[in-house]
Write a new protein. Structure first.
Length: 270
């Protein structure tokens, strides 16, 4: 199986790609599974892995490439929302049959793909996670991409349709052309590097959306590297989410096993 890697957001390094290829060689010495990095992964355009046109073109080309059985996002950061509508216009039906995996900023494209009817979209570890202290994250991703291994999944999935997003990403895409129909879904959220007052403000906006009030409930994953709040905000992330769920009438369902860390589990959409 060949898995295509694309960088839809921030810059990505050849060094990380080489580290991942070395990991692949050790894990699949027979070459049964291999990665193909789009050359545009290594472009640089300010903050981005190439300009918008180059990043969109790379996602379209690999999405439509019959040689590739899955598409794996290289990393997050910021930028996928800038190319999403161009990607939507360029993808062919074949692309919607493939597996697509990523998280963080890739959530904008995952939401769009799910809205378009893609059958195997999931929130889960990306190539850049090979840089974490343990290879367990990328191995979990590969297990899902290649064989839909149930051991890779968030154990909190309960049979109801589910989606998972970084809170900032979902908050920003609601009300845009990228917003999928989340009615009846369990929505799993995670966050990183935000102050608690910002998390509170995003939960106000998110839970105020009429579309969000049709979901089956919200689960909260890990909220990591919280930036300082002066004075102290006085509520934990879970207390914030519980507050806004109660105020909006959205059921709070408990924890999710997702986050910007090596323990990040896979959550297939739908």
């Amino acid at each position: 199986m060949k898995i295509g890697v694309v960088a839809a957001s921030s810059r990505f390094s050849r060094e990380t790609a080489a580290e991942m290829q070395a990991h692949m060689a050790a894990r699949y010495p027979d070459g049964a599974v291999s990665l193909v990095f789009h050359e545009a992964c290594f472009l640089k355009h300010g903050h981005f892995a190439g300009d918008d046109a180059a990043r969109a073109r790379s996602v379209i080309e690999f999405g439509n490439d019959a040689r590739l059985g899955a598409i794996w996002f290289a990393r997050g950061g910021y930028g996928s929302c800038r190319i999403a509508e161009a990607v939507a216009a360029g993808l062919k039906p074949l692309a919607l049959q493939k597996a697509w995996l990523g998280y963080s900023d890739a959530g904008s494209l995952l939401a769009l793909l799910y809205k378009m009817g893609a059958r195997h979209v999931a929130h889960g570890p990306m190539v850049t996670d090979v840089n974490r202290r343990s290879p367990e994250a990328v191995d979990r991703a590969l297990d899902w991409l290649t064989k839909r291994d149930p051991s890779a999944l968030d154990p909190n999935l309960d049979g109801r349709p589910a989606v998972a997003f970084n809170l900032t990403i979902l908050n920003e895409l609601m009300g845009t052309a990228l917003e999928p129909d989340l009615s009846g879904h369990v929505v799993m959220l995670e966050e990183v590097s935000e102050a608690l007052y910002r998390i509170d403000r995003m939960m106000f906006h998110l839970t105020s959306q009429p579309a969000m009030r049709t979901v089956a409930g919200i689960r909260l994953g890990r909220v990591l590297d919280i930036t300082p709040n002066d004075p102290d905000f006085g509520l934990t992330p879970e207390e914030i989410v519980r507050y806004w769920c109660h105020r909006s009438g959205i059921p709070y369902l408990g924890a999710a096993d997702i986050g910007h860390d090596a323990a990040n589990k896979v959550v297939p959409f739908g």
